[in-house]
Design a protein around this ligand. Structure first.
Ligand code: FES
Length: 171
């Protein structure tokens, strides 16, 4: 009968941890990843969403993948974090941060409303929770505006999309 020494116990534990950790690490590997000596940096893919010259009041799209519904809003006036010639274009994930219900944009009040438990998010103030059960703001889709072409491109996400441990998922 073999005796488990303290040294062998920790050695076996380390191997088991590595075996479990390797597949988990692979889950987040689909976006472009760059390794440095100390950490791995994931980069969002860039996705053209619209053109400022032809943009209507709103435009639905998905980002950073097809499972993540978002809405681009072309406000009448400049807003916090807005891009474009008038700093008025913003975009958000439309999944409520409370329990993931789809929110609806109310263009009159300029807020996103969740009809599951009545949270309201301010589309003019970076998706801030105005009222309700949610405690986190709506994730903001980071946009880049190209002055020469008028293109509006999604380049990242600020805040965690509901139901995810990271904004990247393997498709
Ligand atoms: S899921 Fe939106 S308030 Fe609960």
């Amino acid at each position: 009968m073999s005796e488990i020494t303290r040294r062998n116990f920790f050695k076996a534990g380390g191997l088991a941890t590595a075996a479990v950790a390797a597949p988990i690490a692979g889950l987040n590997a689909s976006p472009a990843a760059a390794s440095t000596d100390t950490k791995t940096i994931f980069e969002f893919a860039k996705k053209k969403i619209s053109n400022a010259q032809s943009l209507g009041n709103t435009q639905a799209f998905t980002y950073p993948d097809s499972m993540s519904p978002c809405l681009l809003i072309n406000h009448d006036e400049p807003v916090e974090g807005g891009v474009g010639p008038n700093n008025n274009i913003v975009a958000y994930s439309t999944l409520c941060t409370h329990m993931g219900c789809p929110t609806q944009y109310d263009s009159n009040e300029k807020v996103f409303k969740c009809h599951c438990h009545f949270s309201v998010f301010d589309a003019e103030k970076s998706g801030q929770v105005a009222i309700g059960q949610a405690i986190d703001n709506l994730p903001r889709i980071l946009l880049d505006y190209d002055e020469s072409t008028g293109n509006v491109t999604a380049v990242g996400v600020e805040g965690l999309i509901y139901g995810r441990q990271a904004n990247f998922i393997e498709l």
